[in-house]
Every structure is written in structure tokens, then in C-alpha cells.
Design a protein around this ligand. Sequence first.
Ligand code: ATP
Ligand code: MG
Length: 228
Amino acid sequence: MLLNVKNVRKQYQRDKVFVAVDNVSFSLVHQDFACIMGRSGSGKTTLLNMIAGIITPTQGRVIIDNTDISVLADKQVSQFRNQTIGYVPQGNSLLTSLNAIENICLPYIFYDKGNQNLTDKENLMERAEQLMQQVGISYLSQLYPKQMSGGEMRRVAIVRSLICAPKLLLADEPTNDLDQESAEQIMQLLATINLEGTAILMVTHDLDVANYAKHQYKMEAGKLHLLS
Ligand SMILES: Nc1ncnc2c1ncn2[C@@H]1O[C@H](COP(=O)(O)OP(=O)(O)OP(=O)(O)O)[C@@H](O)[C@H]1O
Ligand SMILES: [Mg+2]
């Protein structure tokens, strides 16, 4: 098993206690492809952020590749995330002061290079260029986010999420705001990444996009239900 989410809950203290994610359990095997649908505010991003170790569950456990990230210290979580998880966050997440290839290489700069053979800068640039070529965005290499379309930025963010060769890719509405053709291109890219061995957990509002996944879940007021 690659990902095991066990009775995870996240509550926020607003005027009163607000439960954003309510006792969620599910799992993914290696090379799985699942999607989560659900209304705005139902807790999808909160769940993804707990799986990525960006926020800590109020209760429950997140076990990834036999590591319980809920018990790790901050620094260890970041290191683990960098080695294991690729994250395409909701919305535009590129740093505006960096060009495409710099954005793409950034996670690697913080990567624990201990057990990997991606060792030097030359290898890194080569890998970044190779990934950009695979995704058909070599022409964007030197451009800055403000010079790119929404779909182009999204593809750069996807390549950035792959630079450390993750086992699990989290993609939060990767096709949001894109026209149908660009959305299909992104989904074909994710399908290929999945075929090549990366498990994917994706959030989407789009039924056509959801059909690319092997399993569909729905989130409703913090609770997760399996649809198919
Ligand atoms: N830091 C926080 N403090 C208080 N409430 C929060 C916080 N973060 C999220 N929430 C609330 O938790 C709920 C779930 O938010 P979340 O971002 O997970 O929704 P979502 O399903 O991703 O929505 P969308 O489809 O709009 O992206 C929302 O009601 C939101 O206001
Ligand atoms: Mg969200």
C-alpha cells in the first residue's frame, strides 16, 4: 500500500469549532489513480494538505509508503514530502520572480540528495529539460509566469511536481480554468505519468476529468464517500 489515510479529522476554531475534514479513511496502492469531487468548501484541499504534511490533522494518521507522517517533526515531514510526493497546488503556484526552468528546479534544491543519483546541477538541468520536452513545454523554459497562459503555468507546475520523481502526485484541480483542449492535454499528461508508475490523487469538479481516474470519491461537508 502506498497511502493509508486513517480516521483523519481537521477542525478549525472559528466562532465555534468547525470540522473541515471529518473522520476520513481511504487508501491508495502504488500506481493508483483516484479523484475527489465535491462542492466548494467541502474539505478537499484541506485533506490534500494533510496528506502532503503541510497541515497537521487534529486526529488520525496519514501513512505513506510505511511512514506515519503524523508523528514526524516539521523538518522531517518536509524532507519526506520532497522525496515522496509531488504537489500541484490549487490555482497559480509558480514564483513570479523565477522563470519556468528555475521554478521547476526549485524543489530539487531543497531535496535530500542522499539516496538518489540526481546529484549535480548538470543532471538536474538535464532532467528538467527532458521533462519539459516530454510535456511539450521546452519553449517556455526561459519565460516568466506573467508571460504564460493559465494552461502553460499549470504544465510548468506539473513538471515542477515531477522533478524529484515522486511516488505520489497530488493535483488540486489541475484543469480548473482551462479550455477543454488544454484540459485534455493536461489529463493525457497525468495519465502518462500514472502509466509510468506514479500514483495520482486529484481533485476536480469536472466529470470528464474525473473519468480518467480509476476510483472516484465525493467529499461532502468533510466526509468522503466512494462513488466508484
Ligand atoms: N485555516 C483555516 N481556518 C479556518 N477555516 C478554514 C481554514 N482553512 C480552510 N478552512 C475552511 O475549511 C473548509 C474547507 O476548505 P477547503 O479549502 O478544504 O475546501 P475545498 O473543498 O478545497 O473548496 P474549493 O473547491 O473551493 O477549493 C472551508 O469552509 C474553509 O473556509
Ligand atoms: Mg480547494
